[in-house]
Design a protein around this ligand. Structure first.
Ligand SMILES: [Cu+2]
Length: 558
């Protein structure tokens, strides 16, 4: 007991002194080339000097090295899992084949290795890698299984932007945590009581007096950050999740949700010898924006809804190769045309209270590893409409590439929202629409995920999966989209079979397994019920058709 109290006292005093922003920001090492090695292990890390905290890390005690990939290179990665449990490594944001995507199906057992190899197809961007083990993502990422990826390409090297890693181009990995009285990580604290950047508590950064680029990554469980500088100066947003904006956009605030990345450039030319704070202006975020105004059943944290410094920038002498003016044209976006859209899908993010918890879902169905929810044709272009039916925001993320937002709450996207994205924050009771061209490779066996990127929501069921197939697959398969998007209950059924949809002008049909039409009718919005008392016992297919396509699910009549 005495030892515990001593440790607690030490911990509190160190936390108090760490409020002084006296810890140099940790700048992770980089790995580059074509061959990469990641060694994943349980470890121990001193966030607080003298206090050993149990952690997990890639090639070290907490988080991992920055992986620098060159566009068009084929990279070979050797991943050794020395944890006492399984894990996965997901290359978040990258357009890679499903068997190397690192989703929940690509499990690396303990004491096993994984050797993914893929071509880097994406343009210059800030991506990241992290654990995606089903129901364990929150804990493993919070323990340290996350790191940044920087993709470089030839055209970005021609731009006038700060690009010297660790000199005028810095990774800023935002996290929050709660440490218990013994200095151990509390993995149940959805919103932490202390900030970390790159794993450093209360950091300062020697920042040269010139244009400086920050690569922001939100690797927190839930917290949304509202970034600005203490003097409210403008800064330029140059890139979103999957690469450059067409031109820099000036703002003095930038909201970043879990899973998102932004690259910003701030000008410190006239600030030599000053100290300037990077601030989380969460008092400006309303209820429902997790980390904003507290209330309801939001996890309590002293950081919620108050403006707090994240880091102090100590402005030092400029570097030899400072960049004085930023390119005004960064790239040109090629947005898929509406005439190429072959299908629209509708996804509703929801949750149901159950025994004091919320069971999260998409289209009223919680994630199941064994159910393929959607089938997408390789190389096709689709519009996805995402409805948030809850009173929290949800950052919606889809694997296999990037999309362009076309509508946010009935409004056209802002200039920043018009960038390439793989995560979009869907506000409470609103709808977003995006257009996405899917990759031209296919794999009928291993699915990609789409999900909320709040890690506890993802682990808690707000996730679903799709396969990408070539067009001949649909011709040759009798029921290609069993279970897609329709939740039928009860199943097996005795009296009425029920389903819920929110589509206009839909029709339902029931076929037997030989493909014979048994009965049909028109759908109505909301819950539909069909009497099945006249059906013989056996399996049937319920299909729901609109002019956009047909979804099918199998049910059993007893
Ligand atoms: Cu969510």
């Amino acid at each position: 007991m005495k030892k515990q109290l001593t440790l607690l006292a030490l911990f509190i005093s160190v936390i108090a002194s760490s409020q002084q922003f006296q810890n140099p920001l940790y700048i992770p090492d980089t790995l580059m080339g074509k061959n990469f090695q990641l060694f994943i292990s349980d470890s121990s890390h001193q966030f607080i000097p003298g206090v050993n905290t149990s952690t997990m890390g890639y090639n070290g005690s907490y988080m991992g090295p920055i992986l620098i990939f060159e566009k068009n290179a084929t990279v070979n990665i050797s991943v050794v899992n020395a944890l006492n449990e399984g894990t996965t490594v997901h290359w978040h944001g990258m357009e890679v084949e499903a068997n190397v995507d690192g989703g929940p199906h690509n499990i690396i057992d303990d004491s096993s290795s994984w050797f993914p190899s893929f071509k880097v197809r994406d343009n210059a961007a800030t991506m990241w890698y992290h654990s995606h083990l089903h129901k364990q993502t929150q804990r493993q990422v919070n323990m340290g299984l996350a790191g940044m990826i920087i993709i470089r390409d030839s055209s970005s090297k021609q731009l006038s932007i700060p690009s010297e890693y660790g000199k005028d181009d810095f990774p800023i990995i935002l996290q929050d945590k709660t440490f218990d009285s013994l200095g151990q990580i509390n993995n149940d604290a959805l919103l932490g009581d202390t900030f970390l950047i790159n794993g450093t508590l209360s950091p300062y950064l020697n920042t040269p007096a010139q244009n400086v680029r920050f690569r922001l990554l939100n690797a927190s469980i839930q917290r949304i950050y509202n970034i600005g500088f203490e003097d409210n100066r403008d800064f330029q947003v140059i890139a979103t999740d999957n690469g450059f904006l067409e031109s820099p956009v000036k703002v003095n605030r930038l909201m970043i949700a879990s899973g998102e990345r932004y690259e910003i450039v701030a000008d410190f030319t006239n600030d030599l010898s000053d100290t300037l704070a990077l601030v989380n202006y969460s008092s400006e975020m309303g209820y429902g924006f997790l980390g904003g105004i507290p209330g309801g059943d939001v996890y309590p944290s002293p950081l919620n809804g108050v403006d707090k410094d994240l880091m102090k920038l100590r402005i030092t002498a400029p570097t030899a190769n400072k960049v004085d003016s930023i390119s005004t044209v960064l790239t040109t976006h090629v947005i898929p045309s509406m005439s190429s859209v072959s299908r629209e899908r509708y996804k509703k993010l929801g949750g149901k209270a159950q025994g004091g918890n919320i069971i999260w879902n998409i289209n009223n169905t919680s994630f199941s590893m064994s159910v393929i929810n959607d089938t997408v044709i390789s190389g096709s272009t689709e519009i996805w409409e995402i409805r948030n039916s809850t009173h929290f925001v949800h950052p919606f993320h889809i694997h296999s590439g990037h999309f362009f937002l076309i509508e946010n709450d009935s409004m056209p996207p802002t200039v920043i929202e018009s960038g390439k994205k793989d995560v979009i924050l869907v506000r409470p009771n609103t709808t977003v629409k995006f257009i996405m061209e899917f990759p031209d490779f296919h794999d009928a066996q291993i699915p990609y995920m789409y999900h909320c990127h709040m890690l506890d929501h993802e682990d808690g069921g707000m996730m679903a999966q799709f396969i990408i197939v070539d067009s001949s697959y649909l011709m040759s398969t009798r029921f290609p989209e069993a279970n897609e998007s329709i939740n039928v209950w009860p199943n097996p059924v005795d009296g009425f079979v029920r389903f819920e949809i929110e589509l206009a002008d839909a029709k339902w049909q029931i076929h037997d397994l030989k493909g014979r039409l048994i009965t049909k009718g028109d759908c109505r919005n909301g819950v539909n019920q069909i009497e099945t008392t006249k059906l013989f016992s056996g399996s049937y297919i319920l299909s729901i058709s609109t002019d956009k396509g047909t979804s099918r699910t199998r049910f059993i009549k007893i």
